[in-house]
Design a protein. Structure first.
Length: 307
């Protein structure tokens, strides 16, 4: 019997040591686990999942000897962590594998907005360059970048990149943000008012739903820009669309949306928004790093248990 149950690995993620030991049983989807023979389910000590497949309490209940759930990414929205912890099941997400890639995207989107690079590309391609120069862009140098999630891994990686671009760093007045060399502000509205660029790099927990709404967007102002590489539910999408249409803010760049993968037509039609399809950590490098971390974690867990 095999101690590891896994859903099909994401492209670019391989587990040579686990495969050599022949410890892995792959099932196509979570809903098919319950139909496995009872003896096979009882032998499972480790579940290897992903952010999109997760691990519900119902799924875990079909694996009576489950001791470890490892997710091949950062997202834990679909993993019932309280239920698993109540059973004594350890949960590990390999979020550190995507830190630098998400931070790179956040800074790329910042520069793309400031320099209006999407329109600049079209200007060069469609022949407009032959009739004159493209309009002058904004320089990030000297701008204040407010980072929601400043003390987190991704927040700190964004701050390092922003500092290299000679931007000033701002964050929320939190004990975790003290001593990080940033100017701190009390609340999201105050942080938005102080920021030329406001970056969201926090999880989409229920207490953070729609933290950016009408008031915060008004505070960001007509020269302000919003970047979201966190979760779509952090932003009131209707309020954001109105702010972009009315030029309440200068622009937005969104890697995540609360309606993804569906894009509201009004949002898609706007020239002052950049949209990417939730690709913050979607690189071959991240997949390789994440697989190595996950494999090492599983091997270490199994080394302390019988199988």
């Amino acid at each position: 019997m095999k101690p590891i149950l896994s859903f099909p690995p994401l492209a670019g993620m391989t587990y040579p040591k686990l495969e050599e030991a022949d410890w892995v049983r792959i099932v196509p989807a979570p809903e098919q686990v319950a139909s496995l023979p009872e003896s096979e389910r009882e032998s499972v000590r480790v579940l290897m999942t992903s952010a999109t497949r997760g691990c519900s309490a119902e799924l875990a209940a079909t694996l009576p000897n489950l001791g470890f759930v490892v997710s091949q990414g950062a997202g834990s929205d679909k993993i019932d962590i309280p239920a698993l912890e109540k059973r004594g099941v350890r949960v590990r997400c390999v979020g550190e594998a995507l830190t630098d890639d998400v931070a790179d995207l956040a800074m790329t989107l910042t520069i793309m907005l400031c320099r209006d690079l999407v329109r600049a590309d079209a200007f060069a391609r469609n022949g407009d360059w032959q009739n004159g120069r493209f309009e002058v862009g904004d320089s990030p140098v000297g701008m204040t970048i407010g980072i929601g999630g400043l003390s987190g891994r991704i927040g700190q990686a964004i701050a390092a990149r922003a500092s290299a671009s000679k931007m000033k760093i701002a964050g929320l007045k939190r004990s975790s943000n003290e001593g990080l060399g940033a100017t701190l502000y009390d609340g999201w509205e105050a942080l938005a008012a102080a920021s030329d660029v406001l970056v969201l790099a926090v999880p989409g927990t229920p207490d953070l739903k729609n933290i950016i709404g009408v008031n915060e967007l008004a505070a960001l102002g007509p020269r302000g820009r919003l970047i979201n590489v966190g979760r779509g539910n952090l932003v009131d999408t209707e309020a954001l669309i109105a702010a972009l249409e009315n030029k309440t803010i200068a622009g937005a760049a969104l890697d995540v949306l609360d309606s993804e993968p569906v894009i509201p037509p009004r949002l898609a039609a706007l020239p002052n928004v950049i949209l990417t399809p939730h690709i913050g950590g979607q690189t071959w490098g991240q997949r390789s790093r994440g697989a190595r971390i996950a494999e090492d974690e599983v091997l270490a867990f199994l080394a302390t248990t019988t199988h």
